[in-house]
Design a protein around this ligand. Structure first.
Ligand SMILES: C[S@@+](CC[C@H](N)C(=O)[O-])C[C@H]1O[C@@H](n2cnc3c(N)ncnc32)[C@H](O)[C@@H]1O
Length: 259
């Protein structure tokens, strides 16, 4: 969803109204509600933020179906002391990070997503290893040089409310010298390249894996309406990313900080 064009996600935008923005805390509103009309029907990024807070389980069903390319997880450093993940959501990446670091801190501003993530961690006995806290890209509640790996998955964009210059500087502040900052599933590669980030992409076919054909249709109607007819016609549960018109989560941008 990062950096979504204003004309996209029409069905998602229709789910919410300007009155719904009252769900945001003051800190959230200062980042997510633009100076314009603050109407999610005209602003896909705002609609996504409302989804996280008003229908978090629906979001979790989507993120669980859009699995990361296994090459991404394999590429991440193993056996490190500390990992910080920003914009952890309901844990698509966090659950993988658990096996990579002695200590993982998952920073997530949306309370309902933190609750789902904590529930998932408790179910696998990961509560001790992973600390789930609130925070924002541009104001990370972590000390300098804290982590060996600082990572964000499908969360960082160059816009100040979702990262921006300040957010990237914060991620690099929290990363120790010689450590790595990684942006997974980046949408603004050119921008990251100008900041010294390198790019990696993992090949192979990728599909979104829904629990059933019925769920595939239901979710497509909300999130990828252009693909809904074909999914219905073909009876798919597993839907190739191309049909949905989105880039698959197969790539990352990273920077190893000078030691
Ligand atoms: C598309 S979700 C991705 C969640 C998770 N990383 C994943 O891959 O499933 C984007 C996430 O970024 C978080 N987010 C949005 N703005 C943020 C900010 N300014 N600082 C930190 N997290 C933010 C949202 O709350 C949400 O959890």
């Amino acid at each position: 969803m990062c950096g979504t064009p204003a004309d996209s996600y029409l069905e998602l935008r229709k789910r919410y109204t300007a009155a719904d923005v009252s769900v945001f805390t003051r800190d959230e509103a200062s980042r997510f509600v633009p100076r314009g009309d603050g109407d999610p029907q005209n602003d896909a990024e705002l609609a996504w933020e409302l989804l996280y807070r008003l229908e978090p389980e629906l979001y979790d069903r989507l993120a669980s179906a859009e699995r990361l390319h296994p090459g991404i997880v394999d590429w991440l450093p193993r056996g490190v002391d500390r990992i910080a993940e920003v914009g952890a959501g309901t844990g698509r990446l966090t659950m993988e990070l658990m096996a990579r670091g002695q200590q993982v801190v998952a920073v997530e501003p949306a309370l309902p997503l933190r609750q789902i993530l904590r529930r998932k961690l408790a179910a696998v006995g990961g509560g001790n290893r992973v600390r789930v806290i609130t925070g924002f890209f541009d104001q990370l509640p972590l000390p300098g040089d804290f982590a060996d790996l600082v990572v964000a998955c499908s969360a960082f964009t160059p816009s100040p409310g979702h990262g921006g210059e300040g957010g990237l500087a914060e991620m690099e502040r929290v990363c120790r010298p010689g450590g790595c900052v990684a942006i997974i599933w980046p949408n603004h590669l050119g921008w990251l390249t100008t900041k010294g980030y390198r790019y990696l992409s993992f090949p192979g076919p990728m599909a979104v894996e829904f629990g059933s054909h019925q769920e595939a249709v239901e979710m497509a109607e909300i999130f990828y309406p252009k693909g809904a007819d074909e999914i219905r016609r073909r009876g798919w549960r597993r839907v190739p990313f191309e049909v949905l018109g989105i880039n698959p989560p197969r790539d990352l941008a990273f920077k190893v900080l000078a030691g």
